[in-house]
Design a protein around this ligand. Structure first.
Ligand SMILES: Cc1cc2nc3c(=O)[nH]c(=O)nc-3n(C[C@H](O)[C@H](O)[C@H](O)COP(=O)(O)O)c2cc1C
Length: 217
């Protein structure tokens, strides 16, 4: 099947993208409004960009329902700071509550029952239930499209990592203790319990004929 996006409804292209880009990690983002109301929302258009310095990005889209900018984006524009909290399966349902379109005056910590704890370096609080929090400062905001389901890129430098001692050893995070979840299309999520390892080859180890025909088993 060939799909030329311009010939299709953008809502179907969105459906396609969330099935194509899988599995996606989830940035559970805490922000605070200029008036001091905390906000929480999950974003799975999320990845790391740089380790030196550590920079992550995620994408709040323009709301499909009314074409408005999401509270997370407005708060980051106003305050220039946010926290990315890693989602574990134990509080996935509470994370999901925060994906409802609450009006800006609703404190989504209260709405979800999650616990705010003060951050060290930024104004938005961290999520206590999360085993890993990244305190971030906005370094760049790129509006890619202002149409419904268009998106912006929020680039943030991680100023401080908070990591539960029980799940880190020599900078290595133990997924059996973190229980991270990923998002697939629609309402479907995945665990990371079915894993396999592959060491990266050195280029000298791969023979040219294997590059053409694939490695021999
Ligand atoms: C797991 C999950 C991932 C999501 N990922 C995104 C995303 O990458 N971009 C986006 O704009 N909305 C995403 N959403 C929807 C937002 O969380 C939702 O629009 C939320 O109401 C935004 O809240 P806010 O207005 O408080 O910022 C996601 C929802 C869920 C449940």
């Amino acid at each position: 099947m060939i799909i030329n996006p311009a010939e299709h409804d953008y809502r179907n292209i969105y459906k396609l993208m969330v099935g194509v880009i899988v599995p996606r990690p989830i940035a559970f983002v805490s922000t605070i409004s200029r008036e001091g109301i905390p906000n929480l929302a999950p974003f799975s258009f999320f990845t790391g960009i740089s380790a030196n310095p550590p920079v992550i990005c995620f994408s709040p889209m323009i709301r499909g329902s009314d074409g408005g900018r999401k509270d997370t984006l407005r708060n980051i524009e106003a305050v220039k700071e946010f926290v990315v909290n890693v989602v574990s399966e134990e509080f996935a349902e509470k994370m999901n509550i925060c994906s409802a379109e609450f009006p800006p005056e609703v404190d989504e910590f209260e709405a979800s029952g999650l616990t705010p704890v003060p951050s060290d370096l930024v104004k938005p609080p961290r999520v206590k239930e999360s085993h890993i929090n990244m305190e971030c400062r906005l370094i760049q905001l790129v509006d890619v499209s202002s149409k419904p389901l268009g998106g912006s890129i929020v680039l943030g430098e991680v100023l401080r990592f908070h990591i539960d001692d029980a799940l880190v050893d020599n900078y290595k995070i133990d997924p059996d203790k973190l229980h991270p979840i990923g998002r697939l299309g629609g309402p479907t999520y995945t665990r990371t319990t079915d894993r396999f390892d592959m060491s990266r080859p050195q280029t000298g180890e791969i023979k040219p004929e294997e590059i053409k025909s694939g490695p021999k088993s």
